[in-house]
Every structure is written in structure tokens, then in C-alpha cells.
Design a protein around this ligand. Structure first.
Ligand code: NAD
Ligand code: LMR
Length: 324
């Protein structure tokens, strides 16, 4: 049951997206790692999303508390918590979108690659379950290192004969969120109006914001652009250092993850022209996976966009030599 107020808010939200609340399709979202630093605020934000009708919260520790807490919020979705390995199948069954923030975060001095050993195993076992219980779901991979966890997921799905490159996404939305925020501050424009594509990958110099394509346009110096690029590339480290051993970005990541999952749901629901940057299987460069703008639709990725015109500085950033 919903209260009148939340029902009215839901109606406004849905009608602004071309749905009446009666016609909004049933959509199940599962969050794996739901009790973690990202998982908890992400669970909250997905509970606030009226496009979700069922929200499955899975973690190996702490799920019952998070699920009970979130379930009291008077919005559309029905929330269920799943706490142990043997409940993972139930958590996943019928899911349209699976979001994966399960795994260990960085501490100061670590690179994202230092997380590989532990997180590769976690992602592998979760993707094996996805292959079995909801092979058609759109998978939003947050766990680091994204540049590796996405190819690992692809291999797991291939080995189970269920790989569909249109349905696997590395979530790089936080890089876009950061680029927008930093650009708006420097260019002194309204952050709500800002768009900045971010291409490449999700680690250090593989993160390449395209400020030459930023809108609204601003007359920034080369030095400004370099500083903005570096700050975007080092945004994760900035947070890791500020948290001083207590983990990495969680709140801004939950926000970014919620935006990306919402875009996936809109695409599935047939909303036209849903475009976000994401790390996907790609032929845009010689690399098998690459982040660029993608159009989301009923099958997941409907179109991977090319890079568009790049400045000399951005072209330099794309060269393999700049990555070594
Ligand atoms: P956290 O330690 O606070 O939470 C991780 C959660 O995963 C914990 O609750 C843990 O119990 C759970 N978990 C571990 N193994 C699991 C399994 N097999 N199944 C289900 N749940 C499991 O960490 P966090 O701060 O939430 O970060 C999670 C991951 O997200 C890290 O790898 C981090 O580097 C990454 N991250 C990515 C981005 C991005 O932009 N893509 C941004 C921030 C963080
Ligand atoms: C981020 O960009 O904040 C995440 O990838 C977490 C990290 O380790 O930096």
C-alpha cells in the first residue's frame, strides 16, 4: 500500500517520463552487495525510483537490517532481503537489472588493480549465478577494477553460453558526475545544465573526460582543461585519501549508480534517446571494451556512439603511450 503523497509523487515522476503509474511496467532490480558502503545508499535511491516494482537486496552480511529499514519507505517497490549463498538464486530470479557493488574498496596507497585478486573471485561467482538465474538481466558492474571486472563477467557469461554484449555495462557514471561538477565550478555555469562525455576506462589516465565537447561551452585555458582532466582522473583517489583508510567513494557512487540504473530502466521501458557513458564491448577503438556514449533501449545497448571530434590534448590522452 502507498500513501497518497508518495502515490502523487510517483504519478508526477512517471507522467513526466511518458508513463501513467498504472502503465509503468513491473521491473525487478537486484543489488548484490546491498549492505556495503555503496550498497546501502544505493538501495535507498533505488527504493525511491518509481520505475522499480521489486527490489531485491543481497549481501553476505548485514542484509536483514538494511532490507527491513529500506522496506519501511512508502514508495512503489516491494523490498526483500536475501542473506546467504543459498538465497542468491531467489534474489536474482526475474531481475531486469542487476547492480553489483560487491567487493572490497581501496585504502590510501592502493591502486584499483590491487583489488583484483579478491574482487575478481567475488564477481566471478556472482556472474555465475546471474548466468543461471537471470541471464537476460542488464548487469551494471560497479566493483573495481571495472576495467577488469567487466571482461571477467563477459568471460563467465560466455562460458555459460549466455553472453550478450548489449547487456553488460561497466558503471563509469561517477567519472561523468565528477567531470560535470568540476567543469561547472571552473566554468562558472549552472551545474544542472552541464554535459561532459567521459570515455576510455575507469582507472587513472584511462579516464578521459572530453571537455572540448562539454556544454554549455566556456572559454577555458589549456591549463584549466589539464587541471580539470587530472582532477577527474584522480577523483577516486581524492576521496580515498580524504576517507583515510575508511574506504572509497560511496555516496557519490550510489548517486551515480542510481542514475545509471534509472537510465537502464527507462531504456527497457522504451523511453527514447536515453544516452549515458558506459564501459561496454566496443569497436570504437582497437580495445575490446571501452567507455563512450551509448544509447540504451529495450535490449540494453542499442547504439555505441563514436568519440566525436577530439582536441589535440584529448587525442594525446587516447594514445597507448600516454597510458604506460
Ligand atoms: P564495502 O566494503 O563498503 O561494501 C562491499 C559489500 O560487498 C559488503 O557489504 C560486503 O559484505 C559485500 N560482499 C562481499 N562479497 C560479497 C559477495 N560474494 N556477495 C555479495 N556481497 C558481497 O565497499 P564499497 O565502498 O561499497 O565498494 C564496493 C566496490 O565498489 C569496491 O570494489 C569499490 O572499489 C567499487 N567502487 C566502484 C566505483 C565505480 O565508479 N565503479 C566507485 C566507488 C567504488
Ligand atoms: C572511484 O572512482 O571513486 C572508485 O573507482 C573507487 C576508487 O577506488 O577510487
Amino acid at each position: 500500500r502507498r500513501s497518497t503523497t508518495s502515490s502523487a509523487a510517483t504519478k508526477t515522476y512517471l507522467s513526466s517520463r511518458g508513463f501513467s503509474s498504472e502503465s509503468a511496467p513491473e521491473r525487478k532490480v537486484a543489488i548484490l552487495g546491498a549492505a556495503g558502503g555503496i550498497g546501502q545508499p544505493l538501495s535507498l535511491l533505488m527504493k525511491l525510483n518509481p520505475l522499480v516494482s521489486r527490489l531485491a537486496l543481497y549481501d553476505i552480511a548485514g542484509t536483514p537490517g538494511v532490507a527491513a529499514d529500506v522496506s519501511h519507505i512508502n514508495t512503489r517497490s516491494e523490498v526483500k532481503g536475501y542473506a546467504a549463498d543459498e538465497q542468491l538464486g531467489q534474489a536474482l530470479e526475474g531481475s531486469d537489472v542487476v547492480i553489483i557493488p560487491a567487493g572490497v574498496p581501496r585504502k590510501p596507497g592502493m591502486t584499483r588493480d590491487d583489488l583484483f585478486k579478491i574482487n575478481a573471485g567475488i564477481v566471478k561467482s556472482l556472474c555465475e549465478a546471474i548466468a543461471k538465474y537471470c541471464p537476460n538481466a542488464l548487469v551494471n558492474m560497479i566493483s573495481n577494477p571495472v576495467n577488469s571486472t567487466v571482461p571477467i563477467a563477459a568471460e563467465v557469461f560466455k562460458s555459460h553460453g549466455v553472453y550478450d554484449e548489449k547487456r553488460l555495462f561497466g558503471v563509469t557514471t561517477l567519472d561523468v558526475v565528477r567531470a560535470k561538477t568540476f567543469y561547472a565550478g571552473k566554468a562558472n555555469v549552472n551545474v544542472a545544465d552541464v554535459n561532459v562525455p567521459v570515455i576510455g576506462g575507469h582507472a587513472g589516465v584511462t579516464i578521459l573526460p572530453l571537455f572540448s565537447q562539454a556544454s554549455p561551452r566556456a572559454n577555458l585555458s589549456d591549463e584549466d582543461i589539464k587541471a580539470l582532466t587530472k582532477r577527474t582522473q584522480d577523483g577516486g583517489t581524492e576521496v580515498v585519501e580524504a576517507k583515510a583508510g575508511k574506504g572509497s567513494a560511496t555516496l557519490s557512487m550510489a548517486y551515480a549508480g542510481a542514475i545509471f540504473a534509472d537510465a537502464c530502466l527507462k531504456g527497457l521501458n522504451g523511453v527514447p534517446d536515453v544516452v549515458e557513458c558506459s564501459y561496454v564491448q566496443s569497436t570504437v577503438t582497437e580495445l575490446p571494451f571501452f567507455a563512450s556514449k551509448v544509447r540504451l533501449g529495450k535490449n540494453g545497448v542499442e547504439e555505441v556512439f563514436g568519440l566525436g571530434p577530439l582536441s589535440d590534448y584529448e587525442q594525446q590522452g587516447l594514445k597507448p603511450s600516454s597510458l604506460s
